[in-house]
Design a binder for this molecule. Structure first.
Ligand code: FES
Length: 321
């Protein structure tokens, strides 16, 4: 796993639309930055100690800068507020090298890109890449209203503007996004890429599965994952296979927190089951998956889990630690 960090400078910060700030990050010495592919994200280390993941939204051919855009979430966990309020133009920040859990399938004959709200960031990067590579794609961008929608003028003036349809909640009824129709009309063997609010993604993926799109053609990235907590959560134990140490994990406490209290520090980043950093092998027991990172098949296999948020269905979970 790549955990290297880079020091970069915020060379530009701008208000994209109300509630959404854009940030341009460049190397401190003006050198090139590590290359990235469409769909990649970086971890950004925020001044108050939080680490958050943001998708890169500039053209992946650019080697001198990274662009991210962040929606200020009123009900978030503090990351978006911190970057809006505490990170200013000229500041230095620490970031990870780009990682990509949401890559394009370049062997697909056609790509269907669906963005909801701020989920536009990786989707826009994909559109840039597919346009440069002259691959077939169409993009649908759903948002509340044109005035609160990021990157409208960039898209309207792009080479791929004719491939993009906007759908605004407050627009004419005939432009409202029709998930079923859009998926039905996609060319056979299209690959679907979706990013946006949880409800939007759940609706798109449920419809795709209802229409029998195979999992290998569905690509998605959750952000700001909601970690489920349940009133029925019970204490369970995790056992470390290397030394046999057993640790209690009480309701309201994560495996990561319980292990940290006994001096076992696991590498984490998002702490909400989104990024994959804490992925841990399970040697015995049945995980109770609460993450948005593993696929349904991987969850069913039960041999790995995310200790930052997932729990156990069995009294003991033996971990490959
Ligand atoms: Fe991100 Fe666990 S730390 S999935």
């Amino acid at each position: 796993m790549n955990t290297a960090t880079l020091d970069v400078k915020v060379s530009r910060k701008w208000t994209e639309v109300q509630g959404i700030c854009g940030f341009e990050l460049t190397a401190i010495n003006g050198a090139s930055l590590p290359s990235f592919s469409a769909g990649a994200h970086i971890d950004v280390h925020l001044p108050d100690g939080l680490v958050r993941q943001y998708s890169l939204c500039n053209n992946p051919n650019e080697s001198n800068r990274y662009h991210i855009a962040v929606l200020r979430a009123a009900d978030g966990r503090g990351g978006s507020k911190a970057i809006h309020d505490l990170v200013q133009e000229g500041d230095k920040v620490k970031i990870s090298e780009p990682k990509n859990h949401f890559p394009l399938a370049h062997d697909a004959a056609h790509h269907l890109l669906l963005a909801g709200g701020i989920g536009i960031t990786p989707i826009l990067c994909m559109a840039e890449r597919l346009s440069v590579a002259d691959e077939n794609f169409e993009m649908h961008y759903c948002a509340r209203s044109r005035g609160r929608t990021a990157f409208v003028s960039r898209i309207d003036s792009s080479h791929f503007a004719h491939r993009v349809k906007f759908h605004f909640d407050d627009g004419d009824p005939d432009q409202v996004f029709d998930i079923a129709k859009t998926l039905e009309q996609a060319p056979a063997d299209s690959h679907l890429y979706v990013c946006g609010p949880r409800g939007f993604m759940d609706a798109v993926l449920a419809e795709a599965r209802r229409q029998n799109w195979v999992e290998g053609r569905l690509h998605y990235e959750f952000f700001g994952g909601v970690v489920e907590q349940s009133a029925g959560d019970k204490t369970f134990q995790v056992k470390l296979a290397s030394n046999g140490v057993t640790v209690d994990v009480a309701p309201g406490c994560t495996v990561v927190q319980a292990l940290a209290e006994t001096g076992v520090e696991l590498l984490t980043s998002c702490e909400q089951g989104v990024c994959g950093t804490c992925l841990t092998r399970v040697l015995d027991g049945t995980p109770d998956h609460r993450d948005s990172y593993l696929t349904d098949e991987e969850k069913a296999a039960g041999d790995q889990f995310m200790p930052c948020c997932s729990r156990s269905k069995t009294p003991v979970l033996v971990l490959d630690l």
